[in-house]
Design a protein around this ligand. Structure first.
Ligand SMILES: Cc1cc2nc3c(=O)[nH]c(=O)nc-3n(C[C@H](O)[C@H](O)[C@H](O)COP(=O)(O)OP(=O)(O)OC[C@H]3O[C@@H](n4cnc5c(N)ncnc54)[C@H](O)[C@@H]3O)c2cc1C
Length: 337
């Protein structure tokens, strides 16, 4: 099935709740129909926006030419061995519903990523991560439709060049690559990951939870810390956690002995961007319809009718104050469209 809408309002299709319109909005669950349309040149694909649930974008323009949304939600078990299972999932599937599906079958690997908003198709784009893991660890391959050449192909995990909130899908070369399906390799005898301290601390000492209990704990902690986009417009973490050399972090600690750091790669550490922003005094700040979430300084809020310009203006001010206080340029995690 392919449905083509004209002048489609996007306010309900982005978690900041910003006003914008798609001149053409395409919903598709059949690759053949999409490829036929592409071969017939019926779609303007000069500047496409691929959209999941819009929970990691900021719509900074009142009009978007062509939006393509995959609504294929099929889940297929491709292979099963004694230890592992290979599962293909359509890009249009809701991420957390997919995680729930895997956890209910005791397939391990995604439980720490419970309750992250969004679609399965968007998960590899920024290599979603939380609570001590990232999706790249469970991705086997990604099936793509290249809408410029109207062809389907697949990329192995290695070819996806996953990094911290990063992948090949963020590069210019992938501008026309629509993620169609993602193939995951999950464990049938799940290893429990309690490397994230607040998660570990949510269980009694020495208690060994199963993945259902991990999922429940992650959901509980996330609900206590993060705003629900259905109630308060936001796109989760607005900035990435900066990665600096261990040497630079050591120098910063001379002035800020309480600064937390997390090991990243050898010789580098991550600094929580939320701590940097909070230390600059932004936590709970509000101006008009936009502000910084009082429980987590990394989240910028639209209290109602904020414009993209107001949100970006606040983000820029935050960036400048962190730069002048710490000499660190915060990089945006949210994609500005
Ligand atoms: C409250 C809240 C908490 C969050 N917590 C986390 C977290 O813990 N960890 C984390 O990593 N992220 C987090 N996020 C960010 C967000 O949930 C993820 O980035 C998620 O993967 C976005 O999915 P989406 O379907 O909404 O993508 P969208 O916002 O629709 O799109 C995001 C990007 O992916 C591209 N894209 C979407 N679908 C496709 C497709 N089929 N093919 C090609 N490109 C596509 C878009 O063009 C865009 O560049 C949070 C967001 C919110 C609102």
């Amino acid at each position: 099935m392919i449905k083509i809408h004209q002048n489609y309002p996007l306010k309900q299709s982005n978690s900041f709740g910003l006003e914008s319109t798609a001149i053409v909005f395409i919903e598709v669950d059949d690759p053949t129909e999409l490829i036929n349309e592409l071969n017939n040149n019926t779609i303007d694909i000069s500047n496409p926006l691929f959209l999941g649930t819009g929970s990691n974008i900021l719509l900074n323009s009142f009009e978007v030419s062509t939006v393509i949304k995959v609504i294929n939600k099929d889940i297929t078990v491709l292979e099963e061995s004694r230890d592992s299972v290979l599962i293909k999932c359509g890009a249009g599937m809701n991420w957390d519903e997919f995680v729930e599906w895997t956890v209910s079958r005791n397939y391990g690997g995604l439980e720490n990523l419970s309750l992250i908003p969004g679609s399965v198709g968007a998960a590899p784009i920024q290599n979603i991560g939380a609570y001590g893991t990232e999706v790249a660890l469970c991705v086997e391959s990604v099936i793509i439709i290249d809408i410029l050449n109207a062809r389907k192909f697949s990329l192995s995990k290695e070819e996806c060049s996953f990094g911290y909130r990063d992948s090949r899908f963020k590069q210019q070369e992938s501008k026309f690559w629509l993620v169609w399906e993602v193939i995951f390799l999950l464990e049938k005898d799940p290893r429990i990951n309690l490397s994230y301290k607040p998660l570990k601390d949510s269980f009694a000492a020495n208690y060994q939870p199963d993945i259902k209990e991990i999922r429940e704990a992650v959901i509980r902690i996330r609900r206590s810390k993060l705003p629900d986009p259905a109630e308060l417009g936001n796109a989760g973490s607005f900035f990435k956690n900066p990665v600096v050399s261990a040497c630079q972090a050591g120098l910063m600690k001379e002035n800020h002995p309480d600064m937390p750091t997390w090991y990243h790669d050898p010789g580098t550490v991550k600094i929580p961007a939320g701590w940097l922003i909070e230390t600059c005094g932004w936590k709970g700040f509000r101006r008009g319809q936009t502000g910084v979430y009082p429980k987590q300084a990394l989240v910028i809020i639209n209290f109602g009718d904020a414009t993209a310009g107001e949100i970006l203006g606040l983000a820029n001010e935050i960036q400048q104050s962190v730069k002048s206080e710490f000499g660190i340029k915060l990089e945006m995690e949210v994609r500005i469209v």
